[in-house]
Write a protein that binds this ligand. Sequence first.
Ligand SMILES: [Zn+2]
Length: 156
Amino acid sequence: MMRDEKLYKTAKEQLDAYIRDRGMRESSSRNIILGRICQLRQPFTASQLEEYCADAHLSRATFYNALNLFISAQIVKPYDRGYGQTAAEYELNTSVSRSHMQLVCRKCGRTASFYDQVISRMVAEHKYTNFNMQNYTLVVYGECKVCRRMPDKKRK
Ligand SMILES: [Zn+2]
């Protein structure tokens, strides 16, 4: 499964639970917009997202209703860029920070994503000199569980 699909699956489950609890009906345009948010994988303003969904030909009302619903459902959360922020930005609640933290095994190349709220907050709140951070990648190198268990032939 591709990362975007995984994100979408998680976000969609959140959305489904939210609308089911409120007796609302599923909407295909809402699902399209959610899919696009998952593809973006970075903070966005409402108008950037609207532009990114332009080819889906959704009405402005549909678009903004969906975005507001995602915010109420906490699928999308406000993104605080801090200094230099000009318009309200949002990000997928489960995605951005998670998708940018990765463990890589030096021996077999196996990768796994991880998430740490403390690190995520630290990077986001760090004061960068003459630099406006957009997103980041954190790669942690090491040895995976499988490789650790395997007897190393080079060792005596
Ligand atoms: Zn390994």
